[in-house]
Design a protein around this ligand. Structure first.
Ligand SMILES: Cc1cc2nc3c(=O)[nH]c(=O)nc-3n(C[C@H](O)[C@H](O)[C@H](O)COP(=O)(O)OP(=O)(O)OC[C@H]3O[C@@H](n4cnc5c(N)ncnc54)[C@H](O)[C@@H]3O)c2cc1C
Ligand code: FES
Length: 262
């Protein structure tokens, strides 16, 4: 039986919203802002939105993106162009309308100890919203932010804007700690920490192994490929440690580290 979600997750919105801003924030990376007051009100950190990326039904399937930050009645999503859908999204302009479904899924639950957030690459997106909410709840979140090099680093400025303490790891040593963000976690992890992580699955596997070896709690946000986003297609199944499968879109995308096999 999964523990109850402590932060309330709200009603799902489906409809068109205006794009209010769309800027480049790195190599092939963009920050998209939409005017979506219901989503802004209802979204819990860790939840995601499904976008119909183009102005038509091509591509047919919506694409999932984490809520990255809420600014008043507007919602931001940070994304990297990896294929056709995200390339189409990157061509959308302020003033155009975007079809949105969400917020969807289960988000993070509050920590019982100082929160330590671990972000690899674009995995920073949901952790920005979580850091923002943790500050509002009175916590002082620390974020370990990893990338291959300084040029690939995403979200550092926004994280500082929302009041997080940020420590950077780059694999080539061009900024901050030289090494992976998991190696930085190994140095920073203290017995009281509650860890939250999002990033590539190899990184998440190493984070869970490290944190479990020390007997500490952690939650991870997984980014499975999704077709429907609402529990109908079974396309996003992740293996449950207790046996069987869990759906990333409905049971997740946030799971306790001990719930799933990555
Ligand atoms: C819950 C959730 C939240 C997400 N949040 C974000 C976010 O905040 N920012 C962001 O940039 N991306 C996020 N993603 C990933 C994003 O949905 C994909 O990058 C996007 O759907 C790719 O669409 P595409 O048409 O451009 O690529 P496609 O042409 O569909 O695929 C291009 C390449 O990307 C890979 N890919 C496709 N979907 C995913 C995926 N879900 N995870 C990993 N690789 C994938 C494919 O295997 C392929 O190699 C999230 C995914 C999930 C499930
Ligand atoms: S994406 Fe369809 S069931 Fe999860």
């Amino acid at each position: 039986m999964r523990p109850p979600q402590i932060l309330r997750e709200g009603d799902v919105f489906e409809g068109k919203v205006p794009i209010t801003s769309h800027i480049s924030v790195g190599r092939r990376a963009f920050l998209l802002r939409i005017g979506a007051s219901q989503v802004a009100r209802e979204a819990a950190p860790g939840q995601f939105l499904m976008f119909r990326v183009g102005p038509t039904y091509d591509p047919l399937l919506r694409r999932p993106f984490s809520v990255c930050r809420v600014v008043g009645e507007e919602v931001e999503v940070m994304y990297r162009v990896v294929g056709r859908g995200t390339a189409l999204l990157s061509e959308r302009r302020p003033g155009e309308e975007l079809k949105v479904l969400g917020p969807l899924g289960r988000g993070f639950r509050p920590p019982h100890g100082p929160p330590l957030l671990v972000a690899g690459g674009m995995g920073v997106a949901p952790l920005i919203f979580w850091a923002q909410r943790l500050r509002e709840l009175g916590y002082g979140p620390t974020v370990l932010l990893g990338a291959a090099s300084a040029g690939e680093l995403l979200g550092e400025g926004i994280l500082r804007e929302v009041g997080a303490e940020v420590r950077v790891a780059t694999e080539d040593g061009s900024l901050g700690f030289r090494g992976t963000v998991v190696e930085l976690l190994e140095r920073e992890l203290e017995p009281s920490h509650f860890v939250y992580a999002c990033g590539p699955s190899g990184m998440l596997r190493r984070v869970v192994a490290l944190v479990e070896a020390k007997g500490l709690p952690c939650q991870i946000s997984v980014e499975e490929v999704m077709a429907c986003g609402v529990g109908a297609c079974m396309g996003c199944a992740v293996r449950a440690r207790a046996g069987g499968y869990l759906l990333a879109c409905k049971d997740g995308p946030v799971f306790d580290g001990e719930e799933v096999t990555l």
